[in-house]
Design a protein around this ligand. Structure first.
Ligand SMILES: CC(C)(COP(=O)(O)OP(=O)(O)OC[C@H]1O[C@@H](n2cnc3c(N)ncnc32)[C@H](O)[C@@H]1OP(=O)(O)O)[C@@H](O)C(=O)NCCC(=O)NCCS
Length: 148
């Protein structure tokens, strides 16, 4: 049976739980991973942990009590001209992939989110299929100027 757990500004993870979330994402994002420091910042932003932010949430999915996937949504504080939400990270446990867990996790995140959702994905990531199957389109090409 699949179960969900949500953390946000009113229900924050404990220090230990926060570490588990960061470690899980760092491990299972694999080649698409960011540093633990960046993942930790994203999590703090989502649950408003000592940081000024518009919030968001962290969604965890468990199968038979085992943590099998996590996604983090950050709210942007904007709407219409910029989507209200950014899906920053999504990962399913390496050994639990290909059986619909990612889809259920994303579906639940969409359900819990108010407003549009933006995300960025590398052009070679098969996760694109998952996003498209739930209605995401890529109308824009993302470009960034790295200042340092
Ligand atoms: C992307 C990810 C979360 C998908 O989780 P998952 O549980 O394996 O996905 P699902 O089993 O729910 O698959 C959902 C759909 O996406 C497709 N899909 C997912 N991963 C795929 C892959 N590696 N190759 C081809 N198709 C894939 C499936 O075919 C499925 O489509 P269907 O419903 O038409 O059958 C998981 O592969 C992952 O954690 N990858 C590493 C981290 C990552 O890339 N995160 C996204 C960064 S942008």
């Amino acid at each position: 049976m699949l179960l969900f757990k949500v953390y946000h500004s009113k229900t924050k993870p404990s220090k230990e739980e926060k570490q588990n979330i960061v470690n899980f994402l760092h491990e299972h994002l694999q080649e698409f991973r960011d540093s633990k420091e960046d993942i930790s910042k994203c999590l703090d932003y989502a649950v408003k942990n000592n940081v000024a932010s518009f919030g968001g949430f962290v969604l965890l999915i468990y199968e038979e009590k085992l943590l099998q996937g996590i996604t983090i949504i950050n709210k942007t504080g904007m709407k219409d001209y910029i989507p209200e939400n950014i899906l920053v990270y999504i990962a399913v446990h390496e050994h639990a992939r290909g059986k619909g867990i990612g889809k259920q996790l994303l579906q639940k995140a969409i359900e819990l989110t108010e407003g549009d959702i933006a995300l960025h994905v590398e052009p070679n990531n098969p996760a694109i299929k998952l996003y498209e199957s739930l209605g995401f389109t890529n109308k824009y090409l993302e470009m960034r100027l790295k200042k340092h």
